[in-house]
Design a protein around this ligand. Structure first.
Ligand code: ADP
Ligand code: MG
Length: 476
Protein backbone atom coordinates (compact mmCIF):
# COMPACT_ATOMS: atom_id res chain seq x y z
CA UNK A 1 0.00 0.00 0.00
CA UNK A 2 1.23 3.46 -0.85
CA UNK A 3 0.86 6.59 1.18
CA UNK A 4 1.30 8.79 -1.88
CA UNK A 5 1.55 12.38 -0.82
CA UNK A 6 0.22 12.00 2.72
CA UNK A 7 2.56 13.43 5.35
CA UNK A 8 2.96 11.11 8.32
CA UNK A 9 2.40 13.86 10.86
CA UNK A 10 -1.11 14.27 9.44
CA UNK A 11 -2.03 10.61 9.88
CA UNK A 12 -0.55 10.69 13.38
CA UNK A 13 -2.14 13.89 14.69
CA UNK A 14 -5.94 14.11 14.68
CA UNK A 15 -6.05 17.84 15.37
CA UNK A 16 -3.63 18.61 12.55
CA UNK A 17 -5.78 16.53 10.24
CA UNK A 18 -9.00 18.30 11.27
CA UNK A 19 -7.36 21.68 10.78
CA UNK A 20 -6.05 20.75 7.38
CA UNK A 21 -9.42 19.37 6.30
CA UNK A 22 -11.05 22.65 7.28
CA UNK A 23 -8.52 24.60 5.24
CA UNK A 24 -9.08 22.18 2.39
CA UNK A 25 -12.87 22.54 2.38
CA UNK A 26 -12.57 26.32 2.35
CA UNK A 27 -10.02 26.17 -0.45
CA UNK A 28 -12.41 23.99 -2.44
CA UNK A 29 -15.23 26.49 -1.95
CA UNK A 30 -13.02 29.50 -2.72
CA UNK A 31 -11.70 27.88 -5.89
CA UNK A 32 -15.20 27.03 -7.05
CA UNK A 33 -15.11 23.27 -6.63
CA UNK A 34 -18.85 23.39 -6.12
CA UNK A 35 -21.83 21.12 -6.20
CA UNK A 36 -25.45 21.73 -5.34
CA UNK A 37 -26.75 19.95 -2.28
CA UNK A 38 -28.71 16.74 -2.08
CA UNK A 39 -31.52 18.61 -0.33
CA UNK A 40 -31.82 21.41 -2.90
CA UNK A 41 -30.39 19.91 -6.10
CA UNK A 42 -31.87 22.55 -8.39
CA UNK A 43 -31.01 25.61 -6.35
CA UNK A 44 -27.84 27.68 -6.23
CA UNK A 45 -28.80 29.57 -3.09
CA UNK A 46 -26.91 27.29 -0.75
CA UNK A 47 -24.21 25.06 -2.20
CA UNK A 48 -21.48 22.74 -0.97
CA UNK A 49 -18.12 21.56 -2.20
CA UNK A 50 -17.81 18.67 -4.60
CA UNK A 51 -16.27 15.58 -3.00
CA UNK A 52 -12.48 15.58 -3.28
CA UNK A 53 -9.38 13.86 -1.97
CA UNK A 54 -7.38 15.69 0.69
CA UNK A 55 -4.09 14.74 -1.00
CA UNK A 56 -3.16 13.94 -4.59
CA UNK A 57 -2.81 10.24 -5.41
CA UNK A 58 0.21 8.56 -6.99
CA UNK A 59 0.07 7.72 -10.71
CA UNK A 60 3.06 6.29 -12.60
CA UNK A 61 4.36 9.03 -14.88
CA UNK A 62 4.96 6.88 -17.94
CA UNK A 63 1.43 5.47 -17.81
CA UNK A 64 -0.08 8.91 -17.34
CA UNK A 65 1.76 10.14 -20.44
CA UNK A 66 0.71 7.02 -22.29
CA UNK A 67 -2.97 7.83 -21.64
CA UNK A 68 -2.61 11.39 -22.88
CA UNK A 69 -0.67 10.34 -25.95
CA UNK A 70 -3.25 7.72 -26.94
CA UNK A 71 -6.16 10.16 -26.80
CA UNK A 72 -5.93 11.65 -30.32
CA UNK A 73 -5.89 8.07 -31.63
CA UNK A 74 -9.00 7.20 -29.63
CA UNK A 75 -10.64 10.34 -31.02
CA UNK A 76 -9.94 9.15 -34.55
CA UNK A 77 -11.08 5.65 -33.72
CA UNK A 78 -14.42 6.80 -32.30
CA UNK A 79 -14.92 9.06 -35.29
CA UNK A 80 -14.28 6.24 -37.74
CA UNK A 81 -16.57 3.82 -35.96
CA UNK A 82 -19.34 6.42 -35.88
CA UNK A 83 -19.18 6.57 -39.67
CA UNK A 84 -19.21 2.82 -40.25
CA UNK A 85 -22.83 1.65 -40.35
CA UNK A 86 -21.91 -1.86 -41.40
CA UNK A 87 -19.61 -2.31 -38.43
CA UNK A 88 -22.12 -0.88 -35.96
CA UNK A 89 -24.93 -2.96 -37.44
CA UNK A 90 -22.94 -6.19 -37.17
CA UNK A 91 -21.53 -5.56 -33.74
CA UNK A 92 -24.73 -4.36 -32.13
CA UNK A 93 -27.03 -6.89 -33.84
CA UNK A 94 -27.10 -9.20 -30.83
CA UNK A 95 -27.30 -6.38 -28.28
CA UNK A 96 -30.28 -4.66 -29.86
CA UNK A 97 -32.29 -7.87 -29.83
CA UNK A 98 -32.28 -7.91 -26.05
CA UNK A 99 -31.54 -4.36 -24.98
CA UNK A 100 -34.41 -1.96 -25.66
CA UNK A 101 -32.41 1.16 -24.95
CA UNK A 102 -29.64 0.39 -27.44
CA UNK A 103 -32.31 -0.77 -29.89
CA UNK A 104 -34.08 2.59 -29.74
CA UNK A 105 -30.84 4.46 -30.23
CA UNK A 106 -30.06 2.20 -33.13
CA UNK A 107 -33.41 2.81 -34.80
CA UNK A 108 -32.68 6.55 -34.70
CA UNK A 109 -29.28 5.83 -36.23
CA UNK A 110 -30.94 3.89 -39.06
CA UNK A 111 -33.52 6.60 -39.58
CA UNK A 112 -30.87 9.30 -39.94
CA UNK A 113 -28.77 7.10 -42.19
CA UNK A 114 -31.68 6.49 -44.54
CA UNK A 115 -32.52 10.13 -44.69
CA UNK A 116 -28.86 11.07 -45.20
CA UNK A 117 -26.99 13.07 -42.54
CA UNK A 118 -27.68 16.80 -42.81
CA UNK A 119 -24.55 18.08 -41.14
CA UNK A 120 -20.96 17.45 -42.20
CA UNK A 121 -19.46 19.10 -39.10
CA UNK A 122 -18.76 16.57 -36.38
CA UNK A 123 -17.82 17.50 -32.81
CA UNK A 124 -16.61 14.83 -30.42
CA UNK A 125 -15.95 15.49 -26.74
CA UNK A 126 -15.13 12.25 -25.00
CA UNK A 127 -13.25 10.81 -22.05
CA UNK A 128 -11.29 7.60 -22.05
CA UNK A 129 -11.00 6.07 -18.58
CA UNK A 130 -8.21 3.86 -17.30
CA UNK A 131 -6.93 2.08 -14.26
CA UNK A 132 -3.37 1.02 -13.59
CA UNK A 133 -3.27 -2.74 -13.46
CA UNK A 134 -0.69 -4.43 -11.30
CA UNK A 135 0.28 -7.97 -12.21
CA UNK A 136 1.55 -10.65 -9.81
CA UNK A 137 5.16 -9.57 -10.28
CA UNK A 138 4.36 -5.94 -9.50
CA UNK A 139 4.54 -4.84 -13.15
CA UNK A 140 2.16 -1.99 -13.93
CA UNK A 141 0.22 -1.31 -17.09
CA UNK A 142 -2.41 1.13 -18.23
CA UNK A 143 -5.75 -0.54 -18.95
CA UNK A 144 -8.80 1.12 -20.42
CA UNK A 145 -12.03 0.81 -18.46
CA UNK A 146 -14.26 2.39 -21.06
CA UNK A 147 -14.61 5.35 -23.36
CA UNK A 148 -17.43 7.82 -22.74
CA UNK A 149 -18.65 9.41 -25.94
CA UNK A 150 -21.71 11.11 -24.46
CA UNK A 151 -22.05 13.47 -21.50
CA UNK A 152 -18.50 12.83 -20.28
CA UNK A 153 -18.43 14.89 -17.13
CA UNK A 154 -16.12 16.60 -14.60
CA UNK A 155 -14.00 18.44 -17.15
CA UNK A 156 -15.20 21.67 -15.56
CA UNK A 157 -14.79 20.96 -11.88
CA UNK A 158 -11.51 19.14 -12.29
CA UNK A 159 -10.04 22.28 -13.83
CA UNK A 160 -10.20 23.77 -10.31
CA UNK A 161 -8.48 20.84 -8.61
CA UNK A 162 -4.84 21.84 -9.25
CA UNK A 163 -5.24 25.07 -7.25
CA UNK A 164 -7.07 23.29 -4.44
CA UNK A 165 -4.28 20.75 -3.95
CA UNK A 166 -1.56 23.36 -4.38
CA UNK A 167 -3.09 25.30 -1.52
CA UNK A 168 -3.50 22.27 0.73
CA UNK A 169 0.05 21.10 0.09
CA UNK A 170 1.35 24.56 0.81
CA UNK A 171 -0.39 24.65 4.18
CA UNK A 172 0.80 21.10 4.89
CA UNK A 173 4.36 22.24 4.08
CA UNK A 174 4.73 19.74 1.26
CA UNK A 175 6.38 22.10 -1.16
CA UNK A 176 8.09 19.39 -3.18
CA UNK A 177 4.75 17.72 -3.88
CA UNK A 178 3.13 21.07 -4.49
CA UNK A 179 5.52 21.69 -7.38
CA UNK A 180 4.46 18.39 -8.92
CA UNK A 181 0.77 19.28 -9.24
CA UNK A 182 0.13 19.51 -12.95
CA UNK A 183 -1.78 22.23 -14.71
CA UNK A 184 -5.05 20.91 -16.06
CA UNK A 185 -7.86 22.76 -17.77
CA UNK A 186 -10.19 20.46 -19.70
CA UNK A 187 -12.97 23.07 -19.42
CA UNK A 188 -11.01 25.36 -21.72
CA UNK A 189 -10.19 22.54 -24.13
CA UNK A 190 -13.74 21.22 -24.33
CA UNK A 191 -14.96 24.78 -24.89
CA UNK A 192 -12.34 25.19 -27.62
CA UNK A 193 -13.91 22.23 -29.44
CA UNK A 194 -17.40 23.66 -29.01
CA UNK A 195 -16.22 27.09 -30.19
CA UNK A 196 -14.49 25.66 -33.25
CA UNK A 197 -17.61 23.73 -34.27
CA UNK A 198 -19.82 26.76 -33.60
CA UNK A 199 -17.63 28.93 -35.85
CA UNK A 200 -17.85 26.38 -38.63
CA UNK A 201 -21.63 26.33 -38.31
CA UNK A 202 -21.33 29.95 -39.26
CA UNK A 203 -24.24 31.83 -37.77
CA UNK A 204 -23.45 34.45 -35.15
CA UNK A 205 -26.80 34.38 -33.47
CA UNK A 206 -27.10 30.60 -33.30
CA UNK A 207 -26.71 29.18 -29.79
CA UNK A 208 -24.98 26.25 -28.17
CA UNK A 209 -27.70 24.29 -26.38
CA UNK A 210 -26.68 22.23 -23.35
CA UNK A 211 -29.25 19.44 -23.11
CA UNK A 212 -29.52 19.03 -19.36
CA UNK A 213 -31.04 16.72 -16.80
CA UNK A 214 -34.12 17.26 -14.68
CA UNK A 215 -31.98 17.38 -11.56
CA UNK A 216 -28.83 19.44 -11.93
CA UNK A 217 -26.66 18.99 -8.88
CA UNK A 218 -23.56 19.07 -11.03
CA UNK A 219 -24.42 22.32 -12.81
CA UNK A 220 -21.12 24.06 -11.95
CA UNK A 221 -19.24 21.43 -13.90
CA UNK A 222 -21.19 22.59 -16.96
CA UNK A 223 -20.90 26.27 -16.06
CA UNK A 224 -17.12 26.27 -16.40
CA UNK A 225 -17.46 25.18 -20.02
CA UNK A 226 -20.45 27.41 -20.59
CA UNK A 227 -18.60 30.45 -19.26
CA UNK A 228 -15.63 29.78 -21.53
CA UNK A 229 -18.10 30.08 -24.41
CA UNK A 230 -19.69 33.27 -23.09
CA UNK A 231 -16.17 34.74 -22.85
CA UNK A 232 -15.98 34.31 -26.62
CA UNK A 233 -19.46 35.82 -27.01
CA UNK A 234 -20.88 32.48 -28.03
CA UNK A 235 -24.44 32.34 -26.69
CA UNK A 236 -25.45 29.33 -24.58
CA UNK A 237 -28.86 28.10 -23.54
CA UNK A 238 -29.66 25.22 -21.19
CA UNK A 239 -32.75 23.16 -21.91
CA UNK A 240 -34.34 19.93 -20.74
CA UNK A 241 -35.83 17.42 -23.15
CA UNK A 242 -39.31 18.56 -22.15
CA UNK A 243 -38.56 22.17 -22.98
CA UNK A 244 -37.22 21.19 -26.38
CA UNK A 245 -40.33 19.11 -26.92
CA UNK A 246 -42.54 22.10 -26.18
CA UNK A 247 -40.66 24.84 -27.98
CA UNK A 248 -38.44 23.08 -30.53
CA UNK A 249 -38.98 22.60 -34.26
CA UNK A 250 -37.19 22.20 -37.58
CA UNK A 251 -37.61 24.61 -40.43
CA UNK A 252 -37.60 23.66 -44.10
CA UNK A 253 -33.84 23.48 -44.26
CA UNK A 254 -33.90 21.32 -41.11
CA UNK A 255 -32.42 24.05 -38.98
CA UNK A 256 -33.23 23.43 -35.33
CA UNK A 257 -35.02 26.19 -33.45
CA UNK A 258 -35.69 26.08 -29.72
CA UNK A 259 -37.78 28.85 -28.19
CA UNK A 260 -37.18 30.92 -31.32
CA UNK A 261 -33.39 30.57 -31.23
CA UNK A 262 -31.45 28.73 -33.89
CA UNK A 263 -29.33 25.97 -32.37
CA UNK A 264 -25.83 25.51 -33.80
CA UNK A 265 -24.79 22.72 -31.41
CA UNK A 266 -26.71 20.35 -29.17
CA UNK A 267 -24.28 19.40 -26.39
CA UNK A 268 -25.68 16.38 -24.57
CA UNK A 269 -25.16 16.39 -20.83
CA UNK A 270 -28.11 14.03 -20.54
CA UNK A 271 -29.61 11.23 -22.61
CA UNK A 272 -27.15 8.43 -21.85
CA UNK A 273 -29.43 6.17 -19.82
CA UNK A 274 -32.94 4.77 -20.27
CA UNK A 275 -34.25 6.72 -17.26
CA UNK A 276 -33.40 9.96 -19.09
CA UNK A 277 -36.07 9.27 -21.71
CA UNK A 278 -39.83 9.56 -21.92
CA UNK A 279 -41.66 8.95 -25.20
CA UNK A 280 -41.46 12.70 -25.73
CA UNK A 281 -37.71 12.72 -25.21
CA UNK A 282 -37.30 10.01 -27.84
CA UNK A 283 -39.22 12.19 -30.29
CA UNK A 284 -36.97 15.10 -29.39
CA UNK A 285 -33.83 13.02 -29.81
CA UNK A 286 -34.95 11.98 -33.29
CA UNK A 287 -35.79 15.54 -34.23
CA UNK A 288 -32.40 16.81 -33.09
CA UNK A 289 -30.55 14.00 -34.88
CA UNK A 290 -32.40 14.79 -38.11
CA UNK A 291 -31.57 18.47 -37.82
CA UNK A 292 -28.82 20.58 -39.25
CA UNK A 293 -27.54 21.29 -35.73
CA UNK A 294 -24.18 19.78 -34.81
CA UNK A 295 -24.80 17.04 -32.28
CA UNK A 296 -22.20 16.39 -29.62
CA UNK A 297 -22.33 13.46 -29.90
CA UNK A 298 -24.28 12.47 -32.98
CA UNK A 299 -26.12 9.19 -32.70
CA UNK A 300 -23.36 7.18 -34.43
CA UNK A 301 -20.76 8.54 -32.02
CA UNK A 302 -23.04 7.75 -29.08
CA UNK A 303 -23.28 4.13 -30.29
CA UNK A 304 -19.52 3.97 -30.86
CA UNK A 305 -19.14 4.35 -27.10
CA UNK A 306 -21.11 1.23 -26.22
CA UNK A 307 -19.45 -1.53 -24.25
CA UNK A 308 -20.28 -4.05 -26.94
CA UNK A 309 -18.27 -2.00 -29.46
CA UNK A 310 -15.41 -1.81 -26.96
CA UNK A 311 -15.42 -5.58 -26.61
CA UNK A 312 -15.46 -6.04 -30.37
CA UNK A 313 -12.48 -3.71 -30.80
CA UNK A 314 -10.43 -6.02 -28.60
CA UNK A 315 -10.90 -8.83 -31.11
CA UNK A 316 -7.89 -9.63 -33.31
CA UNK A 317 -7.86 -7.71 -36.58
CA UNK A 318 -10.59 -5.21 -35.77
CA UNK A 319 -8.35 -2.28 -34.90
CA UNK A 320 -6.34 -3.00 -38.03
CA UNK A 321 -9.48 -2.56 -40.11
CA UNK A 322 -9.92 0.97 -38.73
CA UNK A 323 -6.23 1.86 -39.01
CA UNK A 324 -4.97 0.12 -42.14
CA UNK A 325 -1.28 0.88 -42.68
CA UNK A 326 -0.89 2.36 -39.21
CA UNK A 327 0.55 -0.47 -37.14
CA UNK A 328 1.95 1.94 -34.54
CA UNK A 329 -1.47 3.44 -33.92
CA UNK A 330 -2.92 -0.05 -33.57
CA UNK A 331 -0.22 -1.04 -31.09
CA UNK A 332 -0.67 2.10 -29.04
CA UNK A 333 -4.40 1.59 -28.71
CA UNK A 334 -4.26 -2.15 -28.20
CA UNK A 335 -1.68 -1.82 -25.43
CA UNK A 336 -4.43 -0.28 -23.27
CA UNK A 337 -6.99 -3.05 -23.81
CA UNK A 338 -7.85 -5.51 -21.09
CA UNK A 339 -9.17 -8.92 -22.10
CA UNK A 340 -12.80 -8.72 -23.20
CA UNK A 341 -15.08 -11.55 -24.17
CA UNK A 342 -18.31 -11.90 -26.10
CA UNK A 343 -21.43 -13.47 -24.65
CA UNK A 344 -23.09 -13.76 -28.05
CA UNK A 345 -24.88 -17.04 -28.71
CA UNK A 346 -22.56 -19.72 -30.02
CA UNK A 347 -19.42 -21.58 -29.06
CA UNK A 348 -17.31 -18.55 -28.31
CA UNK A 349 -19.96 -17.14 -26.00
CA UNK A 350 -20.35 -20.54 -24.33
CA UNK A 351 -16.63 -20.58 -23.62
CA UNK A 352 -16.93 -17.11 -22.05
CA UNK A 353 -19.71 -18.36 -19.77
CA UNK A 354 -17.68 -21.38 -18.67
CA UNK A 355 -14.62 -19.24 -18.05
CA UNK A 356 -16.55 -16.73 -15.93
CA UNK A 357 -18.29 -19.42 -13.88
CA UNK A 358 -14.98 -21.14 -13.18
CA UNK A 359 -13.24 -18.01 -11.89
CA UNK A 360 -15.71 -15.15 -11.32
CA UNK A 361 -13.31 -13.12 -9.19
CA UNK A 362 -11.01 -12.28 -12.07
CA UNK A 363 -13.76 -10.78 -14.24
CA UNK A 364 -16.34 -8.01 -14.38
CA UNK A 365 -19.68 -8.65 -16.03
CA UNK A 366 -20.90 -5.50 -17.75
CA UNK A 367 -24.38 -4.81 -19.04
CA UNK A 368 -24.85 -2.36 -21.90
CA UNK A 369 -25.32 0.62 -19.59
CA UNK A 370 -23.70 3.92 -18.71
CA UNK A 371 -23.69 6.01 -15.61
CA UNK A 372 -22.12 3.76 -13.00
CA UNK A 373 -23.39 1.17 -10.56
CA UNK A 374 -24.45 -1.41 -13.14
CA UNK A 375 -21.52 -3.82 -13.23
CA UNK A 376 -21.54 -7.24 -11.64
CA UNK A 377 -18.69 -8.78 -9.66
CA UNK A 378 -17.65 -11.97 -7.87
CA UNK A 379 -20.25 -14.54 -6.91
CA UNK A 380 -23.03 -12.40 -8.34
CA UNK A 381 -21.54 -13.04 -11.78
CA UNK A 382 -22.37 -16.72 -11.28
CA UNK A 383 -25.91 -15.97 -10.16
CA UNK A 384 -26.59 -13.76 -13.15
CA UNK A 385 -24.90 -16.04 -15.68
CA UNK A 386 -26.65 -19.15 -14.32
CA UNK A 387 -29.95 -17.37 -14.89
CA UNK A 388 -29.26 -16.07 -18.41
CA UNK A 389 -26.61 -18.36 -19.88
CA UNK A 390 -29.00 -20.56 -21.88
CA UNK A 391 -30.73 -17.75 -23.74
CA UNK A 392 -30.13 -14.61 -25.70
CA UNK A 393 -30.53 -12.37 -22.62
CA UNK A 394 -26.88 -13.04 -21.96
CA UNK A 395 -25.97 -10.98 -25.02
CA UNK A 396 -26.97 -7.85 -23.11
CA UNK A 397 -23.63 -8.25 -21.28
CA UNK A 398 -19.95 -8.45 -22.05
CA UNK A 399 -17.26 -9.99 -19.85
CA UNK A 400 -14.05 -8.16 -19.06
CA UNK A 401 -10.87 -9.00 -17.17
CA UNK A 402 -10.91 -7.36 -13.79
CA UNK A 403 -8.24 -4.71 -13.44
CA UNK A 404 -6.41 -4.72 -10.13
CA UNK A 405 -4.88 -1.39 -9.25
CA UNK A 406 -2.56 -1.01 -6.31
CA UNK A 407 -4.40 0.74 -3.47
CA UNK A 408 -3.03 3.91 -1.92
CA UNK A 409 -4.13 5.82 1.17
CA UNK A 410 -6.11 9.01 1.20
CA UNK A 411 -8.76 11.00 3.05
CA UNK A 412 -11.91 11.56 1.04
CA UNK A 413 -13.73 14.77 1.87
CA UNK A 414 -17.45 14.61 1.37
CA UNK A 415 -19.95 16.97 2.96
CA UNK A 416 -21.43 15.42 6.09
CA UNK A 417 -19.00 12.53 6.35
CA UNK A 418 -16.37 11.91 9.01
CA UNK A 419 -12.69 11.92 8.12
CA UNK A 420 -11.20 8.50 7.79
CA UNK A 421 -8.00 7.16 6.30
CA UNK A 422 -9.12 5.00 3.37
CA UNK A 423 -7.43 2.49 1.18
CA UNK A 424 -8.28 3.86 -2.25
CA UNK A 425 -8.19 3.10 -5.96
CA UNK A 426 -7.89 5.73 -8.65
CA UNK A 427 -9.26 5.93 -12.17
CA UNK A 428 -7.54 8.20 -14.67
CA UNK A 429 -9.48 9.82 -17.50
CA UNK A 430 -8.14 11.56 -20.60
CA UNK A 431 -10.39 14.14 -22.24
CA UNK A 432 -10.49 14.16 -26.02
CA UNK A 433 -11.84 16.90 -28.28
CA UNK A 434 -12.06 16.74 -32.05
CA UNK A 435 -13.83 18.52 -34.85
CA UNK A 436 -14.19 17.11 -38.32
CA UNK A 437 -15.44 19.16 -41.25
CA UNK A 438 -16.36 16.82 -44.06
CA UNK A 439 -13.20 14.81 -44.62
CA UNK A 440 -10.87 17.11 -42.70
CA UNK A 441 -10.02 16.72 -39.05
CA UNK A 442 -9.64 20.37 -38.12
CA UNK A 443 -9.02 19.72 -34.43
CA UNK A 444 -7.89 16.54 -32.67
CA UNK A 445 -6.48 16.90 -29.18
CA UNK A 446 -6.18 15.56 -25.71
CA UNK A 447 -7.45 18.50 -23.67
CA UNK A 448 -6.72 17.41 -20.13
CA UNK A 449 -7.17 14.71 -17.55
CA UNK A 450 -9.30 13.64 -14.62
CA UNK A 451 -8.35 11.60 -11.61
CA UNK A 452 -11.16 10.10 -9.56
CA UNK A 453 -10.41 8.18 -6.40
CA UNK A 454 -12.61 5.93 -4.34
CA UNK A 455 -12.41 3.67 -1.36
CA UNK A 456 -11.49 0.06 -2.23
CA UNK A 457 -14.80 -1.09 -0.70
CA UNK A 458 -16.60 0.12 -3.80
CA UNK A 459 -16.08 -1.80 -6.97
CA UNK A 460 -18.25 0.53 -9.02
CA UNK A 461 -19.71 4.02 -9.17
CA UNK A 462 -18.44 7.48 -9.98
CA UNK A 463 -18.41 10.93 -8.41
CA UNK A 464 -22.04 11.67 -9.24
CA UNK A 465 -23.06 8.36 -7.65
CA UNK A 466 -21.50 9.53 -4.37
CA UNK A 467 -18.69 6.97 -4.45
CA UNK A 468 -15.65 8.53 -6.08
CA UNK A 469 -14.09 11.92 -5.35
CA UNK A 470 -12.11 14.38 -7.48
CA UNK A 471 -8.35 14.14 -7.20
CA UNK A 472 -5.07 15.11 -8.90
CA UNK A 473 -2.35 12.76 -10.06
CA UNK A 474 0.97 12.99 -8.27
CA UNK A 475 3.30 11.59 -10.88
CA UNK A 476 5.73 9.02 -9.51
P1 ADP B 1 -20.10 3.14 -16.55
O1 ADP B 1 -20.46 3.39 -17.95
O2 ADP B 1 -21.24 2.71 -15.71
O3 ADP B 1 -19.28 4.25 -15.96
P2 ADP B 1 -17.63 1.59 -16.42
O4 ADP B 1 -17.18 0.64 -17.43
O5 ADP B 1 -16.90 2.87 -16.33
O6 ADP B 1 -19.19 1.84 -16.62
O7 ADP B 1 -17.60 0.88 -15.01
C1 ADP B 1 -17.97 1.55 -13.82
C2 ADP B 1 -16.89 1.35 -12.77
O8 ADP B 1 -16.66 -0.05 -12.54
C3 ADP B 1 -15.56 1.92 -13.15
O9 ADP B 1 -15.47 3.27 -12.78
C4 ADP B 1 -14.58 1.03 -12.37
O10 ADP B 1 -14.48 1.49 -11.04
C5 ADP B 1 -15.29 -0.30 -12.34
N1 ADP B 1 -14.81 -1.17 -13.42
C6 ADP B 1 -15.28 -1.22 -14.69
N2 ADP B 1 -14.60 -2.11 -15.43
C7 ADP B 1 -13.66 -2.64 -14.61
C8 ADP B 1 -12.64 -3.61 -14.79
N3 ADP B 1 -12.46 -4.22 -15.95
N4 ADP B 1 -11.87 -3.91 -13.71
C9 ADP B 1 -12.05 -3.29 -12.52
N5 ADP B 1 -12.99 -2.38 -12.30
C10 ADP B 1 -13.80 -2.04 -13.33
MG1 MG C 1 -17.38 4.80 -16.33
Amino acid sequence: MEFGGIPQEVTADGQLLEDLAEVARDAALLHGLLMRTRDAPNSSEVVGHAPFALFPSPVPKSLFLQALAAQPLFNRLVDRISRDPEFLENVLASTIKVDDFTARLFSIYRHVLQEGPKQSIVLGLNRSDYMVDQDRDGGMSLKQIEINTIAASFGGLTSQMPDVHRHILGVAERLEDQKKILDNNPAAGLAKGLAKAWELYGSERAVVMFLVEEIQRNIYDHRYIENELWKRNIPVIRRRFEEVFKTGSLDQEKRLFVGGKEVAIVYFRNGYMPQNYTEQSWEVRLMMERSLAIKCPDIGTHLAGTKKVQQELARPGVLESFFPNEPDAVDQIRATFAGQYTLDMGEEGDRTVAMALAEPDVFVLKPQREGGGNNIYGSEICQVLEAVKGGSERTAYILMDKIRPRPSHNYLLRPGEPLRLNACLSELGAFGAYVRHGKDMVMNECVGHLLRTKSVEYSDGGVAAGVAVLDNPLLV
